[in-house]
Design a protein around this ligand. Structure first.
Ligand code: ARG
Length: 588
């Protein structure tokens, strides 16, 4: 709900008390945006909902409310329509005053959250010795944007990288490297991640085929868990190597995330088993320790167990997540914990959330949210692969986006007969390429699969990063052309909304806070993308030679008023894009 809706709600509260008595204070006016702009901006549906309680016709209730309703500062006089809807149309003078107010506000009218709280965003979270894949890319981009939005709202966000840095894979890898390339276990940077990944693959093949090797690998895991010095040292080197490679991607994407891998929670795992046992949830099943789940059954309809300790004493992914969850609640004091992973892990989250709840570890004021996303598909609709059928390396993918962006830019420069420095070209290509990848991901509803296409994401038309960046640069072009410093438009300028495109743009500019507060709740950044896209379209209509209004050539006071609208649009784009992790370009 935005500030206007809140004010209206309060006024409705007062009117209902005046009309029907004190017990009607706090009744929700059920205020929703009007279904058709012809009827106004908002519609209150409360009269219909009170019909039973008051034993009157909704229309009569509506007129009793309207009679006591004092919204004259905000709206034109309310209309009653249909069975008893109350239609409200915002006054132009009210909108103008609101726009003047946000013009002077660096937050553009978006308030700090009333209850700022600690929130954990668990995202990116690749696995050591394995390559970071497109699923991790989605997690990184979506998680970063969610974190940025929550931070902007004033929440105390802990960005956590739950790196897969522990487990049986290390036994395999270390045992294998001991045989074929022991230097890698003693010398820093003896391998690069590409080698590491291929060694990992070979180690796995060996493990699957050779029983004696399985035993060696297991012993290596035992040595790792027992903290044997050489194994531990080797493990650290391997982690360091992967970390360096991950960092290259984070730098390219301008993403900050704090590493707190699975190994961090190791010492807490025995305590998890103990406490589950104490709470009576733990069951031994064929030597494994588990908790039986509700709502998850096998084909025979029998309840499924969540295994928290295997018969060989080893722990599982879920055990670590239980420990991490408790730590985040008790030590980090998180009030909301958000996990960004592919939808394929939905059961995993539902299951360990359930176990943690049953164990009584989740206080009522703590919210657990799995934020699932769909797959990245190739243009053929199948799993995203290189032409030769290999998995795509993220670094190559990002580099390729940048080189496509560069090629597009060079064509454009030629067409426009423009000369630019190499530095300019490099910067524009990099910003456009990386933004295109991010925006293509964020602009989809994250729960659906998305088709990765360089061509589509770099299209200058449509809901793409280049389109949004271009809209921003175009507005900066107005200030350059007119020799105007937007920052100096001054506080005494008055916004005027006379033309219908001005009114539409002005109203839309005032909706940013509502959009952001929706994303705070549903964690769907695509809503912000849609808003920014719609805003650019509204701006283009306002600035359109035929349908819109003149700006630089307009007479005062309209000229300044329109420049303020330009500036507000640019600032909204810049702020909105920054919350998506996208930086703007003054020129492109
Ligand atoms: N490392 C996991 C993967 O690559 C993602 C971890 C997500 N976070 C968590 N707390 N389980 O799929």
């Amino acid at each position: 709900m935005n500030a206007t809706q809140e004010q209206l709600k309060e006024k409705f509260g007062q009117a209902m008390v005046a009309a029907f008595g004190g017990e009607y204070a706090g009744v929700d006016p059920i205020l929703v945006p009007a279904s058709n702009p012809k009827f106004g901006d908002y519609q209150a549906n409360v009269a219909l909902s009170l019909s039973k309680r008051l034993g009157k016709q909704p229309r009569a209730i509506a007129s009793a409310i309207v009679e006591k309703l004092d919204v004259s500062e905000i709206c034109e006089s309310p209309d009653i329509a249909g069975p008893g809807f109350i239609n409200l149309k915002l006054k132009t003078t009210y909108l103008e005053a609101q726009l003047n107010a946000i013009q002077a506000d660096s937050r553009l009218g978006v308030p700090i959250a009333k209850t700022a709280q600690r929130e954990v965003v668990d995202f990116s979270s690749p696995n050591i010795a394995k390559e970071m894949h497109v699923g991790h890319l989605r997690s990184t981009i979506i998680g970063d944007s969610i974190a940025r939005i929550l931070e902007f709202l004033g929440h105390d966000v802990l960005r956590l990288n739950h790196v897969g840095d522990w487990g049986t894979q290390f036994g395999m890898l270390i045992a294998y490297l001991r045989e074929v390339y022991p230097e890698a276990l003693t010398t820093a940077n003896a391998l690069d991640i590409g080698d590491l990944v291929s060694f990992y693959r070979k180690a796995k093949q060996r493990f699957d085929a050779d029983e004696a090797f399985q035993e060696t690998a297991r012993q290596e895991v035992v040595r790792l868990q027992a903290g044997a010095e050489d194994t531990l040292h080797a493990w650290k080197l391997l982690c360091e190597q992967s970390r360096q490679e991950f960092q290259v991607i984070y730098d390219l994407l301008d993403v900050k995330v704090t590493e707190r891998g699975e190994s961090f929670y190791n010492p807490l795992l025995p305590g998890i088993i103990e406490d589950l046992d104490k709470s009576g949830l733990l069951v031994e099943n064929q030597g494994a320790k588990c908790v039986f789940l509700e709502g998850f059954t096998n084909r025979e309809g029998e309840p499924l167990p969540l295994i928290v300790q295997k018969s060989d004493g080893g722990y599982n992914y879920a055990t670590t997540d239980l420990a991490a969850l408790r730590y985040r609640i008790q030590q980090d004091e998180a009030k909301r914990i958000i996990y960004v992973t592919d939808a394929g892990q939905s059961n995993h989250f539902a299951q360990f959330f359930q176990v943690a709840r049953k164990a009584g570890w989740i206080p009522d004021d703590v919210e657990l949210v799995h934020v699932p996303f769909g797959l990245v598909l190739g243009e053929d609709g199948k799993k995203f692969k290189t032409r030769s059928g290999d998995t795509v390396r993220l670094r190559d993918l990002l580099d390729e986006a940048v080189s496509y962006a560069r090629a597009d830019l060079e064509v454009r420069l030629k067409e426009e007969e423009r000369e630019e420095t190499q530095e300019f070209i490099n910067n524009v290509a990099e910003v456009v390429g990386i933004s295109a990848v991010k925006y293509a991901d964020l602009s989809q509803n994250r729960t659906s699969n998305y088709i990765f296409s360089y061509e589509k994401m770099l299209d200058l038309k449509g809901n793409t990063a280049p389109y949004m960046l271009y809209a921003y640069a175009r507005i900066q072009g107005i200030s350059r052309k007119g020799g105007i410093n937007f920052n100096e438009l001054g506080e005494n300028t008055k916004v005027l909304l006379q033309h219908e495109t001005e009114l539409a743009l002005g109203k839309y500019l005032l909706q940013l806070d509502e959009v952001i507060s929706t994303v705070e709740q549903d964690l769907l950044p695509n809503r912000l993308c849609e808003y920014l896209y719609e805003l650019s379209k509204k701006f283009n209509q306002f600035y359109d030679r035929d349908r819109g209004v003149p700006v630089l050539t307009a007479e005062e006071p309209l000229r300044t008023s329109r420049l303020v609208l330009c500036d507000l649009t640019a600032r909204t784009l810049k702020l909105g894009l920054s919350l998506l992790g996208i930086q703007v370009l003054e020129r492109m």
